[in-house]
Design a protein around this ligand. Structure first.
Ligand code: NDP
Length: 330
C-alpha cells in the first residue's frame, strides 16, 4: 500500500510556487482519543494566506515543515475515540493530506444522507455558514434595503447574495469578468452587477445604488471598500468578512481612507470569523438546507483532482480563476 500524500508549508518564500513541499510519509500510529481518516475532499481557501503568515491572528500560524492546515471531509477508517466508529463521515481541520490521524476534538460528524460529503465544505459547510451569519447576524438587511457584496461570484459571496435576496433585500454583486457577472444576473437573479475588471467601481455603484448602500458584505477590502464607504446610508452595516485584494502583502495592508463616513452616517463596520458562531452551526445548516430544497439556494464548486495540484489551486484564488468554491478531490 502506498503512503498517504501530504502538502507541507515549506516556509516563507519569494514566490507562491516555493511555499509548499509534497511528502509521502506514513500516517502515525493511532493513539487513545484519536481517529484515522481517509479524506475524500479538501478545501482551498484564501484564509490559507493568513494561516502561513507569522502575525497575530485568530489562530496560530502554521510552522515550516508542518502539514498545511485545511478543512477536509472524509471517512473514519479506524478509531480509538469515543463516539466515532469506522464508516462515520466527518469534517473539520484535517490538513492537506490524503489520510491522517487526528484527535477527535478537531472534527465533527456529518450526515451524508442529507447532503454529499463535498457540500459540507461548500454551500452547506463553513463557506455557507460564513455567508449566512455575516448577512443575518451582522448585516441584518431589511426588506427593500440595498445590499452590496464583493467577490460576489465566489464561494462565500454567492451564498451571501442569495441569503440577502431570501431576506427580501435588493442585492448588487461586484465580480470580475462577464462570465461571473452573467451567472450572478441570470442564474442567481440578483438585482444588479458591477464588473470591476471592465468598468469603474465608482460609476458602477452610482448606476446600481441610486438610493445609497445599507449593507456591504466585504470580501475584498482595498479600493472597493473605499468606494462603498462613499455611498453608505445612515446606520449602514459593513460586514468585514475578508480583504483578498490586500493578501499579497499581509504586513502592509491598506485600510480605508474614507472611514470618516462611518461617523457622518452613524454606520457600523464589524469583522467576524466562524469562531464566533460555532455553537449556531446547526441553525445555519438547517436553514441553508431548507433553502436548497426550496430552490432558493444554489452554489457551484470548482473541483480539481489530486492533492498534488494544491500549489496551482492556491494561486488560482488570487487570480480570480476559480468559479465557485475551490475544492480538491483527493
Ligand atoms: P472565492 O471563492 O470568493 O475566491 C476568491 C475570489 O476573490 C476570486 O475568485 C476573485 O474573484 C476575488 N479576488 C481575488 N483577488 C482579488 C483582488 N485583488 N481584488 C478583488 N477581488 C479579488 O473565495 P472565498 O469565498 O473562499 O473567500 C472570499 C473572501 O471571504 C476572502 O476574502 C476570504 O478570506 C473571506 N473569508 C472569510 C471568512 C471568515 O470567517 N471571516 C471565512 C471564509 C472566507 P473575481 O474574479 O470576482 O475577482
Amino acid at each position: 500500500m502506498t503512503n498517504p500524500i501530504q502538502i507541507r508549508f515549506a516556509g516563507p518564500a519569494p514566490t507562491d510556487h516555493e511555499l509548499w513541499r509534497i511528502t509521502r510519509d506514513p500516517a502515525p500510529q493511532l493513539q487513545d482519543g484519536e481517529v484515522q481518516l481517509k479524506l475524500s475532499h479538501v478545501s482551498v481557501d484564501p484564509a490559507m494566506r493568513g494561516w502561513i503568515t507569522n502575525k497575530r491572528s485568530y489562530i496560530e500560524p502554521v510552522q515550516p515543515g508542518e502539514i498545511m492546515r485545511a478543512f477536509g471531509v472524509g471517512e473514519v477508517v479506524a478509531s480509538k475515540a469515543e463516539g466515532f466508529a469506522p464508516g462515520d463521515w466527518v469534517t473539520g481541520f484535517t490538513g492537506l493530506a490524503s489520510a491522517c490521524v487526528l484527535p477527535s476534538k478537531f472534527i465533527r460528524k456529518i450526515d451524508i444522507s442529507l447532503a454529499e460529503p463535498k457540500d459540507y465544505l461548500s454551500g452547506l459547510g463553513m463557506t455557507g455558514y460564513t455567508a449566512y451569519f455575516g448577512i443575518t447576524d451582522i448585516g441584518q438587511p431589511k426588506t427593500g434595503e440595498t445590499v452590496v457584496i464583493s467577490a460576489a461570484a465566489g464561494a462565500v459571496g454567492s451564498i451571501a447574495c442569495q441569503v440577502a435576496k431570501n431576506l427580501g433585500a435588493r442585492v448588487i454583486g461586484i465580480a470580475g469578468g462577464p462570465e461571473k457577472c452573467a451567472w450572478l444576473r441570470d442564474e442567481l437573479k440578483i438585482d444588479g452587477v458591477i464588473d470591476y475588471k471592465n468598468e469603474s467601481i465608482r460609476e458602477g455603484l452610482e448606476r446600481e445604488t441610486p438610493d445609497g448602500i445599507d449593507v456591504y458584505y466585504d470580501n475584498v477590502g482595498g479600493e472597493v471598500l473605499d468606494e462603498v464607504l462613499a455611498r453608505i446610508n445612515r446606520r449602514a452595516r459593513l460586514v468585514i468578512c475578508g480583504a483578498i485584494s490586500q493578501y499579497g502583502d499581509m504586513f502592509n495592508m491598506k485600510g480605508p481612507s474614507n472611514y470618516m463616513a462611518l461617523i457622518t452616517h452613524s454606520a457600523r463596520m464589524q469583522g467576524f470569523t466562524m469562531r464566533d458562531y460555532m455553537r449556531r452551526v446547526p441553525e445555519a445548516f438547517m436553514q441553508l438546507l431548507k433553502w436548497k430544497h426550496q430552490g432558493k439556494l444554489t452554489y457551484r464548486e470548482h473541483m480539481l483532482e489530486g492533492l498534488e495540484n494544491f500549489p496551482q489551486a492556491f494561486e488560482m484564488l488570487f487570480r480570480g480563476e476559480n468559479t465557485g468554491k475551490l475544492l480538491i478531490k483527493v
